[in-house]
Design a protein around this ligand. Structure first.
Ligand code: G4P
Ligand code: NA
Ligand code: NA
Length: 191
């Protein structure tokens, strides 16, 4: 998606060979027009997929996910991260390990918002090692719903998340695919 690549080139900061900072439009301040365009792009790609819900993980997935849900005219759910969960039989909980942060997070969605057979589009801001997306997919499947696909705003293709998700059989749609962050430069896969 050209507008997204341009924005990354203009405003992204390469913090290291593995980390891209995009806090001026995605991870802190949010660009609503770009998010709306991102939502329309995901909605167009999944127009024929029968999506009934969009699922993301708080917090940075919420902006692109809600715009996607708006364009598809379906509800959006954000999975919640909770440090300690008291017994609550209405929650589906998965543990997600973050290689970037070297910590475990419990991620939870209330059962009442996912129905058996329903098709769910998972959206996230970044794809690194794929653990967050896999955790969300497991939550969808535990509810009896079906993963329609996984839509990613920025995929770091030099990490193994996209391969892992495709090997697990999921459709993955990434709007920007970064081949390398070496030498403080963003190099996209399609160039
Ligand atoms: P994974 O799910 O693909 O395995 O990724 P990982 O656990 O390594 O990512 C941990 C957090 O770091 C996630 O945000 C993810 O979106 C973010 N992240 C990963 N790589 C980058 C990067 O290069 N740049 C930026 N800006 N973020 C990155 P989170 O902890 O869920 O935080 P948030 O959603 O509240 O922002
Ligand atoms: Na993030
Ligand atoms: Na995220």
């Amino acid at each position: 998606m050209k507008a997204l690549q341009d924005k990354i080139r203009q405003e992204g900061t390469v913090l290291s060979d593995r980390v891209l900072k995009v806090d001026s439009f995605l991870n802190h301040q949010v660009d609503p027009e770009l998010m709306a365009a991102i939502g329309q792009e995901f909605a167009a790609r999944y127009a024929e997929a029968g999506v009934g819900k969009v699922l993301t993980l708080e917090s940075s997935g919420i902006a692109p996910a809600v715009m996607t849900a708006l364009a598809l005219k379906v509800p959006m759910i954000f999975a919640r991260k909770q440090k300690s969960l008291t017994l609550n039989e209405d929650l589906i909980v998965k543990t997600v390990y973050s290689f970037t942060k070297e910590q475990k997070n419990e991620v939870a969605v209330s059962k009442k918002f996912l129905s058996p057979g329903e098709k769910v589009l998972i959206i996230d801001d970044f794809l690194a090692y794929g653990e967050a997306a896999l955790g969300m997919a497991q939550i969808v499947e535990a509810s009896g719903a079906v993963v329609a696909g996984i839509g990613i705003v920025i995929e770091k293709s030099f990490q193994n998340g996209a391969d892992k998700l495709r090997e697990a059989g999921y459709r993955v749609d990434s709007l920007a695919r970064i081949a390398s962050l070496a030498d403080k430069q963003v190099t996209f896969l399609e160039e």
